[in-house]
Design a protein around this ligand. Structure first.
Ligand code: ATP
Length: 134
């Protein structure tokens, strides 16, 4: 079986550059498993985990939206933020989750931005989820 050259890049720089046997990502149209030879595509991603099947197992990356481009053996993901599981600060994510939940609970009475709070909550839950892999 062949392999894919995967790059995950944010405006702050590359987060992952390496080879994977398969990439599993959640696009806005559903989950996609990319194997070598997949048809070329560009798809917007949800705030979710991108799973990379590598020789040693699975690598999980918490990806905050963005786009995935598949072209031949290349898989390029461009997102606002992305963290590999070992780079996630779990305390920070737990605090961000609490803050977002608190804002959402006050959204009815006060003018907090419910959409922003909901997105912050999704980012925090996604990071916690990635960190809990293994
Ligand atoms: P917070 O409220 O904790 O800043 P956030 O969701 O608002 O969370 P972002 O704006 O998405 O944070 O990210 C800002 C930068 O901090 C990005 O570089 C992102 O990769 C990094 N980052 C955010 N949360 C974490 C975390 N829990 N662990 C490691 N890096 C993080």
């Amino acid at each position: 079986m062949g392999s894919l050259n995967v790059s995950i890049v944010t405006p702050d720089g590359p987060v992952y550059e390496g080879v994977a046997q398969m990439v599993i990502a959640r696009t806005k149209a559903g989950e996609l498993g990319i194997l070598p030879g997949h048809v070329p595509l560009v798809a917007p991603l949800k705030i979710d985990i991108v799973r990379l099947k590598v020789e040693s197992g699975e690598e999980w990356v918490a990806v905050n939206g963005g786009f995935m481009e598949v072209n031949g053996e290349e898989v390029n993901i461009l997102a606002d933020t992305a963290e590999r599981e070992q780079d996630i600060d779990i305390d920070r994510a737990e605090k961000a989750k609490e803050r977002a939940e608190d804002e959402l609970s006050r959204a009815k009475e006060q003018k907090v931005d419910e959409v922003m709070a909901r997105l912050a909550l999704q980012r925090a839950i996604n990071r916690i989820h990635a960190k809990e892999h293994n």
